[in-house]
Design a protein around this ligand. Structure first.
Ligand SMILES: Cc1cc2nc3c(=O)[nH]c(=O)nc-3n(C[C@H](O)[C@H](O)[C@H](O)COP(=O)(O)O)c2cc1C
Length: 460
């Protein structure tokens, strides 16, 4: 066995360290080894943050769930997936930038894993030891804030490194035949795994002087019994990853959506704040289906070059089936959503002056943001339930349907009579006071009865 393979095969994670420092030269050797890892498409979609500050390590130890080796190791690396350089490249060459798919996420995460393994092997080859820390994803948002990670960068794992201060036995691995398959996949592994169970049980008994007795399958069954770190989906979306693509996720979600009816000035206080008269009959307009976007935590882009864009939160009714003239609201609406009716305000003012339709001001892509649908408990029950919009954590709009000029039923009846309503049609029912401007980087959350129903971030 050559020295490299011998070194690799001697690995064990080290979680206790001698007090001596890891030298600058050693750190450089480790980070240099990282840079030579293979990388898909040469993207090198990673960044290494090298941390020696006691204070930062202490905070990171807390954020990783109280792992004391994070605090005690002489040097802690935070290894991040990072597409900021690709973003710069796209800007430099004037092309679009899309890393929102699962593939790009995999590519960057794989890059980080390869880098991490190179680093740990390099450290072990110079008689240091260490352990990778997935706990860095326990509170990724806080880690991001602490380390100033921008969009398109997120922590994948940590790596604690130091001179070993413990001598531990190696953890047995799955038998070779269980993980290495000859030519085709071998589905009959149960016996091998049962044997491995006994081996792992023995390992833990020995390591803990008989205090811990767990088999491998017991641990794995526990590991996969619930979805781990469920917050990661939302966090990754906020960082610009896992974006739903129009025509795919989004349109699947919106498949079956028909016409989108909206009403203006349906709350007296809102009509007043914009200096408009309270209308005598519902002021109806429509939006195209292409303006729909899902508030599922993703980033959304808007045409900021066309003037200010105003947000208006609304309760949105979804029509269950084709409606007959004798149908009442209660017969055909079982689900609602919260929506944001977005308006290019100056464009609308100009259109109004000219007496032109509002489509250009109200129908641009992402001008109708919708949360996922949820159960409608009836018009009366709805009246006392607040719906709210938070911008960057601050409440900016709050309304009750009881404050409407034209009730949900009145709007429903009007649209039914004037245009007819069909399965999948949506009815945006107007916004309470408090409308304001949406700016790049703003984060919006939509609440119904104090429960968050959806959110999105305005892309920069
Ligand atoms: C991506 C990744 C994340 C890990 N996260 C942690 C962690 O948060 N805390 C920890 O003590 N060990 C962590 N480990 C170390 C594993 O527990 C360890 O590698 C595994 O149990 C096998 O033990 P060994 O490395 O000593 O052979 C992590 C390992 C990997 C590869």
């Amino acid at each position: 066995m050559n020295e490299i393979i011998k070194g690799m095969s001697a690995h064990r994670s080290i979680r206790a360290y001698q007090s001596e420092n890891v030298t600058k030269e050693q750190i450089q050797m480790i980070t240099n080894a990282a840079r030579w890892a293979s990388t898909s498409n040469h993207v090198q979609a990673y960044s290494i943050l090298s941390i020696q500050s006691k204070q930062t390590k202490q905070t990171l130890a807390e954020l990783t769930g109280g792992q004391k080796w994070v605090e005690e190791c002489p040097v802690f690396f935070v290894l991040c997936a990072d597409y900021t350089r690709q973003r710069y490249a796209s800007e430099k060459h004037g092309v679009s930038f899309d890393v929102g798919g699962a593939e790009q996420l995999l590519v960057a995460a794989v890059d980080v894993a390869l880098v991490a393994q190179n680093m740990l092997l390099a450290a072990e080859s110079i008689n240091l030891g260490g352990v990778m820390i997935g706990g860095i994803r326990n509170q990724p948002k806080e880690v991001s804030e602490l380390l100033g990670l921008p969009d398109y960068v997120f922590p994948v794992m940590g790596l604690a490194i130091g001179a070993p201060g413990q001598d531990i036995t190696q953890k047995p691995r799955l038998p070779e035949q269980a993980v290495v398959h000859e030519e085709v996949y071998n589905t009959s592994q149960q016996e091998l795994i049962d044997t491995y169970d006994a081996e792992i049980e023995g390992y833990y008994l020995e390591r803990t002087n008989g205090n811990r007795s767990s088999t491998w399958t017991e641990l794995m069954a526990q590991y996969t019994s619930v979805r781990k770190r469920a917050h990661m989906d939302h966090f990754l979306k906020e960082k610009g990853f896992l974006q739903s693509e129009k025509g795919e996720n989004e349109m699947n979600r919106f498949t079956g959506i028909g016409d989108i009816y909206c009403v203006g000035r349906n709350y007296a206080e809102h009509a007043k704040e914009l200096g408009n008269d309270v209308p005598k009959q519902p002021l109806l307009f429509t939006k195209p289906r292409s303006s729909l976007a899902l508030a599922d935590g993703q980033q959304l882009a808007f045409p900021h070059n066309k003037g200010s864009i105003h947000y208006e939160i609304e309760l949105v009714l979804k029509i269950d089936r084709d409606v007959n003239q004798e149908d009442k609201l209660v017969d055909v609406v079982s689900e609602v959503a919260l929506g944001l009716d977005l308006t290019l305000r100056e464009v609308q003012d100009t259109l109004k002056k000219k007496g032109h339709p509002w489509l250009r001001a109200k129908g641009f892509p992402n001008a109708a943001v919708l949360t996922p649908f949820f159960a409608f408990t009836g018009e009366e029950a709805c009246q006392t339930i607040p719906f709210q919009l938070q911008k960057n954590g601050e409440l900016v709009q709050e309304g009750y349907t009881s404050q409407m000029i034209f009730s949900l039923s009145a709007l429903f009846e009007e649209v039914k009579r004037e245009f007819g309503l069909r399965k999948g049609d949506l009815l945006f029912t107007g916004t309470p006071k408090g409308v304001g401007e949406l700016k790049q980087g703003d984060h919006f959350s939509l609440y119904f009865n104090h429960e968050e129903k959806g959110s999105f971030t305005v892309s920069e």
